[in-house]
Every structure is written in C-alpha cells, then in structure tokens.
Design a protein around this ligand. Sequence first.
Ligand SMILES: C[S@@+](CC[C@H](N)C(=O)[O-])C[C@H]1O[C@@H](n2cnc3c(N)ncnc32)[C@H](O)[C@@H]1O
Length: 295
Amino acid sequence: MPIDHEFGDQHTELKLSIVEKYLKFFTTALRGKFDELWYIDAFAGTGSRTVRHEERAAGLLDAGEPERIEQRRGSARIAVDVKPPFDFIVFIESKPSYVEALQELAANHLNRRIVVIKNDANDALKSLIAANSWRSTRAVLFLDPYGMQLEWSTLEKVAATKAIDVWFLFSLAGLYRQATRELSNIDEHKRAALTRMFGSDAWEQELYPKTMREDLFDGISEEPRRRSADVAGLEAYARSRLETIFATVLKPLPLPLHKKPQRFSLFLCISNNDPKAIGLATKIGNHILKAGSSS
Ligand SMILES: C[S@@+](CC[C@H](N)C(=O)[O-])C[C@H]1O[C@@H](n2cnc3c(N)ncnc32)[C@H](O)[C@@H]1O
C-alpha cells in the first residue's frame, strides 16, 4: 500500500519533468567520462506523489466521474528509472514514514546502489560531501524543500565540490513571508531564518537600505526601513547570492508558470568552473528551462 504524499499541483509536474530531462542528459553525456555518476535527493519524499482528482458531477452530456486517487512518480522514483542509470543514488529524508517508503523503493531495486539516509538534509549533505573525494565523481543534487530549510553553509559545501549540478526549487513565498515589507516587523525567529538562508546578516542592509529624511523641524533622521524589492527583486537577490558561490546560475523558471503570485524559482546552479562543463550544462539547462517556460 503506497504511503500518501500529496503535494504541489501542476507546477510540480513541470518541475519534475524538467529535472527528469536534465538527469537523462547528464547520465548520457557523462557516462564513461567519470568513475561515478551520482544522484542526490536531499528532500526525497516517498518516491511517489498522490494526486487527488475531485469528483465531477454528471451533466446533460457528461456522465461525470467519481473522486479518483492517482499515484504518480516522485523525484526519487524518477531518478531510479533514469536511463542510462546513475551509479549511485542517495535519498535524504527526515520524516520516518517517508524514509520507510524510500527503503521499500531501494529494496525493490537490489541490483542498484541506493542509500537512504534518515536525517536533516543539511547535516546529511555536509557529511556526504566531506566523506567523498569529488575528483572523479560527478553528481546532480535535487533540492526540493517545502520552504526555507536549506542553509547557506550547506550550499557553500556543495558549490565547493566543483562537481555537483544543483536543481534548487527556491521558495520565494517562504522568503517574502519572512522578509516582510517593514524591517521592524521581522522578529528574531524570522531574522535568524533569513540569516541562515543567506549566510550572513548582510541581507538586512541589502534588502532594507537605510535612507535619511531631512525635516525642517527635526533635522536629519532615519526613515523607517522598508523592503523595496518586489517578488522579481527578491528572486534577483537570491540569484545574486547564489552567484557568489556557484560558477554559474541560470535564469530561473518562475513557478507556478501561469498563476500569480510566483511562489518558487527553479534554479540550476553549476558548481564546476571548467568552461567546457559550464558551456554544456548551460546550453542544455537553458534549453530545458525554455521548453518548460512555453509549456
Ligand atoms: C516537497 S517534498 C519533496 C518531494 C519530492 N522531491 C518528490 O518529488 O517526491 C519535501 C520533502 O522534504 C522533507 N523534509 C522537510 N524538511 C526536511 C529536512 N530538514 N531534511 C530532510 N528532509 C526534509 C519532507 O518530509 C518532504 O518529504
């Protein structure tokens, strides 16, 4: 009996199809060129996705349909199915029942090297990266958190390998919820989350610059600090931060595609600074993202 994991909607379908296309390109293009090709899913889910189709009432010309539950492949299952196959697959997941589902997926593919790690994504990724030499290993890492769980210090370690391409579903909604319009409304909890996500408290000055006001009676005083960046500005800010550690960060795909407000930005970040590797990953990544944006 598959475990229920309902999440996302149409944008989830698009996100997964984009990642799947890149995974196929990756193993096809790099097969035989490196000792090992890895796939790492740091927020792996269960391997499947429950899609609920609501009941449709019968009409004059239409018999209607009862409620229907469909199981579709999640990212973990998609990665297992990729051909040519990855040499090694790592699933990281913190929720125990989801970990069990992933273990079942691995048990159904005993001829494959699949590891399931039950841990926080940040801790697990840091340990995994430290325990491996990245000289002759190349990997794709998929970061698909619900919100702002990913820490900057983790991304720094990933980028420093110069061997990992990262598909990162960045939660813009998480960001604009924490980075409220008025700086004074950001409590300690939100402040800490933003600093963890951006790696330092520089966001405070960069997103909420100090401005002075000259008043005839009071003289010069500081204006209340407000965020002027809108959703597009926040996305640009996130991209500029990622560009400080990755060799290349492609223009992200806004998701959902046809519905406002934008809630996510799907980034491809390339850590390898070899111009040939950057050229190839950029060409294919942009091609896949462009096809996705016109779907
Ligand atoms: C959006 S879902 C991932 C869906 C998955 N990519 C798929 O296509 O099936 C996010 C997952 O991250 C897990 N998660 C949340 N916080 C986590 C953390 N700190 N470390 C590891 N996993 C976490 C959740 O339990 C959930 O399964």
